[in-house]
Design a binder for this molecule. Sequence first.
Ligand code: ADE
Length: 225
Amino acid sequence: MRFDIITVLPGLLESPFAHSILQRAQKKGVCEIVVHNLRDYANNKHKSVDDYPYGGGSGMVMQIEPFAACIEQLQEARKYDEVIFMTPDGTTLNQTIANNLSTKGNLMVLCGHYKGIDQRIRDVFVTRELSIGDYVLSGGELPAAVLVDAVVRLVPGVLSDETSALSDSFQGGLLDAPVYTRPADWRGNKVPDVLLSGNEGAIHAWRDEQALARTKERRPDLLDE
Ligand code: ADE
């Protein structure tokens, strides 16, 4: 799959895509992540991409022309399944949405800044608006990195142990059971006996029970869905 991300701060996205699973996914050729600098599409010599809001008010608004130039150039090269705008007033990202997006081919992601982007960009080009939670960040870059991570790790071939994405918290509609590793006793804090028992059936039953108990306690809303 391929992500094209449009931003005024491409440097902010260098590190998140250059490490760990996202780096490996790109090296394996399972996914391609291309970051585009919106300023390269500015139509003035100062490379500015924003202007004062019509009707007054504080803050600057990102203009439609640079976005249109970049989006249309990309759309000439390939067809996009979705043009996603990261915004706190979008639909809250969840595992179901991430699963759905992981089956797509080409996704474009727009990052906003300042007071926002001209509404016509959203009306004309955007097919989906996503938030990563009910708080406001300075721009859409960190949310875009969160989205790419959540989606790419689900693409077959990205995780070495393919079952591990399927057993993540939320995948079965439940949170994960607690996990432990050596030592079995750390200053009297012991690993539950069942995990040392070698009894696979009992371990499986314990994990199911723990996952349900944890979900009931921490996220009862997940059980209503
Ligand atoms: N841009 C600023 N805040 C955001 C959020 N919470 N989710 C997505 N995009 C954003």
